[in-house]
Design a protein. Structure first.
Length: 252
């Protein structure tokens, strides 16, 4: 089975549309449609979080074979809207969601809500209830945490090595770095994730990180997977995304 995948969007609607254009061009060349998996962090930092959610909801409603996973930034919006939570203990920097480095203020601004650390969170939440469509919150609440295939595990942040998928903790699937990024054992399937921003997507042998830093102004680069083989998609078509040992063999 073939799958396309798109990493962290972070409120950059035009980048998301471009990624889908590259996928449509690849489908046109090979003549074989396939599902598209979005790895979460749809919102925050970029200017068009509302537009990103609208775009994905409309595509799914129109019958597009799109899967959308939940990211930790998506959960921020859900929790603030429902419970007025602005801090997640997994944020080791101690930042609250409204801090520009996390991007919650930018997300709420896309709905016309002013959010800052010196405004009363209760008032911000009331404004959010008036401005953010309930359908957007229900969409985020209903997003799955992972998608499993015979060869692949799609997830936002990663998995806890050695723990069966049915027993994985939500916080790990949304936030994990330590214990996953530094683990080089085979997980039985290739883990395809985002969350940890790189200069560009990279294959590490047992996992592929597709967060190429779109939240920091870099391009959103989609990927194609056939079994455990991977390619990145660009204007010139496909380019192989190879694990380290194969890169060495090719003299990369």
């Amino acid at each position: 089975m073939r799958y396309y995948a798109i990493g962290d969007v972070h409120g950059h609607l035009e980048q998301l549309k471009r990624a889908h254009e590259l996928i449509r061009a690849d489908i046109a060349r090979c003549g074989q449609p396939a599902p598209v998996v979005h790895l979460g962090d749809l919102i925050d930092r970029g200017p068009e979080s509302r537009g990103v959610i609208d775009y994905l909801m409309k595509g799914i409603a129109a019958g597009e074979p799109w899967h959308v996973l939940k990211g930790n930034h998506d959960r921020y919006l859900e929790r603030f809207y429902r419970e007025r939570i602005t801090f997640d203990p997994n944020t080791r920097t101690g930042l609250v969601w409204f801090d520009h480095r996390l991007g919650g203020a930018q997300t709420l601004a896309s709905y016309g809500v002013e959010a800052s650390e010196n405004r009363d969170p209760a008032q911000i939440q009331r404004d959010a209830h008036a401005a953010v469509p309930e359908a957007h919150i229900r969409f985020i609440e209903g997003l799955p945490l992972c998608l499993e295939t015979e060869d692949l595990i799609f997830v936002h942040a990663g998995i806890r090595p050695g723990v069966p998928m049915a027993q994985q903790a939500e916080d790990d699937l949304l936030w994990i770095r330590d214990g996953f990024l530094d683990d080089d054992t085979d997980h039985g399937r290739l883990v395809v994730h985002g969350h940890t921003a790189l200069e560009a997507p990279e294959h590490f042998g047992n996992r592929v990180d597709l967060d190429g830093g779109t939240g920091y102004g870099r391009p959103l680069i989609p990927a194609l997977f056939e079994g455990r083989d991977a390619w990145l998609l660009g204007e010139g078509g496909r380019s192989p995304l190879l694990p380290p040992e194969h890169r060495l063999q090719r003299g990369a």
